[in-house]
Design a protein around this ligand. Structure first.
Ligand SMILES: Cc1cc2nc3c(=O)[nH]c(=O)nc-3n(C[C@H](O)[C@H](O)[C@H](O)COP(=O)(O)O)c2cc1C
Length: 299
């Protein structure tokens, strides 16, 4: 009998597949839909204390193995987001992870306090979005800033907190250690890689923002390497993802050291992604003699 259940920082999931932040927007109905499609947990799009309009169009593109976006963290602000999350928490039937970001530690803490009222299962701190560079630092490039933000949020809320890390750093393990020092209960990795795509005939970048975040199947090797390095450095549970589109991809991510596996861009490539990927993971476990998810290890 194959057991797909996992637990991340005390949050129990019926399978290890977690909808990654942002891919299904801020709307409760889309989070609920991912849950009904078979996600073990769902993450909301990152929200800030105040509403943000985001970047002008075009904000996303898909080309072969790569998805790029520069949505600019558009969101309705923490108060409105909390209303959406209340509905998602009530109706999704799986844990809801709420993603939060801010311009400084106080804003992260303030937004998290408002979001906590919706009773999500966990807060995920988006300290890694590459699109906010111009308005401030990417916090997860700096161990001291990472530690400060995690500590501020842990002081502000009672929920478990996961720090979402960026691959766009020299030493991701050092940042994971800093997040742990700040009191993080889990690590989420990875956010998108910083990138650019140019239309040679139009002689212009595809995205209005010129730069964007790269996701999709092409980034899987980077994600596996990052999760493996984090696993060597800290003993916290890891929600690992980046380019995961199949059951064997998910198994690879678990072998790299992830506790659960996030699924983002795969929803652009596969119909019924969650149900299909969890079915394939169960088949892989059956064929390789694994009874439970935590048994999946590299030699
Ligand atoms: C359209 C889109 C929007 C995203 N929005 C967010 C976001 O709001 N917050 C965040 O932390 N990550 C966001 N991400 C990053 C994903 O959560 C994920 O970390 C990344 O896409 C890598 O995983 P994937 O290759 O499975 O998509 C977004 C990704 C995409 C494609």
């Amino acid at each position: 009998m194959i057991k797909l259940e996992v637990s991340v920082a005390g949050v129990k999931m019926c399978n290890p597949l977690v909808l990654a932040a942002g891919v299904r927007s801020n709307y409760a109905d889309l989070l609920i839909r991912a849950a009904k499609e078979g996600a073990g947990a769902v993450t909301s799009k990152s929200c800030s204390l105040e509403p943000r309009p985001g970047h002008p169009n075009p904000t996303a593109m898909i080309h072969g193995q790569v998805v790029m976006n520069a949505i600019g963290l558009s969101n309705p602000g923490a108060k409105e987001e909390a209303e959406q999350l209340k509905k998602a928490v009530k109706e999704a039937g799986v844990p809801v992870i709420a993603s939060v970001f801010g311009k400084n530690a106080d804003e992260f803490a303030e937004a998290s306090k408002i979001i906590e009222k919706a009773k999500p299962a966990m807060i995920e701190l988006n300290i890694s979005c590459p699109n906010v560079h111009r308005e401030g630092r990417m916090f997860s490039a700096d161990p001291a800033a990472t530690e400060e933000i995690v500590r501020a949020v842990k002081k502000a809320v009672k929920l478990p907190v996961s720090a979402k890390l960026s691959p766009n750093v020299t030493d991701i393990a050092e940042i994971a250690v800093a997040a742990k020092r700040g009191g993080a209960d889990a690590i989420t990795a990875i956010n998108t890689l910083s990138g650019m795509w140019i239309d040679a005939y139009a002689k212009k970048p595809y995205l209005a923002n010129r730069q964007g975040g790269v996701s999709g199947p092409g980034i899987k090797p980077v994600a596996l390497r990052c999760v493996w390095q984090i696993r060597q450095a800290v003993d916290l549970p890891i929600i690992g993802g980046g380019g995961i589109t199949s059951g064997t991809d998910a198994a690879e991510m678990l072998m790299a050291g992830a506790t659960a596996v996030s699924i983002g861009s795969a929803v652009c490539y596969r119909k019924n992604a969650f149900a299909e990927i969890s079915k394939e993971l169960a088949e892989f476990m059956e064929s390789e003699g694994y009874a439970k998810v935590s048994d999946i290890k590299m030699d």
